[in-house]
Design a protein around this ligand. Sequence first.
Ligand code: NAD
Length: 294
Amino acid sequence: MSRIAFIGLGNMGAGMAANQVRAGHTVLAFDLSEAALSRAVGQGCVGAASAAEAVRNAEIIVTMLPAGQHVRAVYADQVLPHAEPGALLIDASTIDVESARAVAGQAESKGFRFADAPVSGGTAGAEAGTLAFMVGCRETDFADIEQALAPMSRVTIRAGEHGAGQAAKICNNMLLGISMIGVCEAFALAEKLDLAPERFFEIASRSSGQCWSLTSYAPWPGLVDTAPSNRNYEGGFATAMMLKDLKLAQEAAAKAGASTPLGAQAQAIYALYDRLGGGGRDFSAILQMLRGEI
Ligand code: NAD
């Protein structure tokens, strides 16, 4: 059994930390939000007064924070000065590739092993312990990282060296954002052409338009039981989160000189929906905007 420090106990971190407790580990938890921290303590974590206190004596340190600036600050001010020599550092937040590489460099210069390990699977996956982790790390460290992530994961894949986990995450989510808009446009057009959505779904699911956004996450209600479209687009993966990931993809594309015109369009479309008030709704609710419902 290990001593695990867990920093960031929000929508994702709460469920992830609880799964480490269930696996029998001692979880030393910290969040700036008192409500988040007391919820984690209620789930069996040991509350700490600061991130610095949480990481002292921990063998494994997991961070699950909003964005790159939070991760840079927490590592520079709390984790790196106070962690035990030999601790394994894992950042599971979705952040920019540059910040991930910068933090990895600082961690290694102090002798720590580090991994960027963003996740796919949302809050349901965090609670169920079925997240997919995409990992950027030294090859020699991967076995220990995979073992540390096991109570929270369904699958853990090494993407490459530091930063590669974040690269995999933003490429995947750019693809997802684009494909969801495509599926929504197809439903909106089918409706205007008097093609029943159920028939279109049945046909496209077995034709070349088939994709995850259609068959696992259909934006039209009544087609896929578990899709957020059946819960009035509540829960799921918020438009604001998708927008954040699309921005990260565009920033990375600009720096790397990659051509991603559809990614740019997807960002503009989700930014418009966000401005119209859709930020808190699942990203498949973009269908409502395309149908002129908002
Ligand atoms: P969240 O806002 O619910 O949680 C973040 C937590 O970090 C908050 O509780 C906040 O108080 C805490 N925090 C911020 N700064 C801190 C600091 N300096 N010290 C300690 N705690 C601090 O966000 P979330 O939904 O849990 O997402 C976390 C990360 O996971 C993000 O990078 C997000 O993009 C990514 N992600 C989210 C989802 C999802 O469906 N929510 C899915 C995949 C990945």
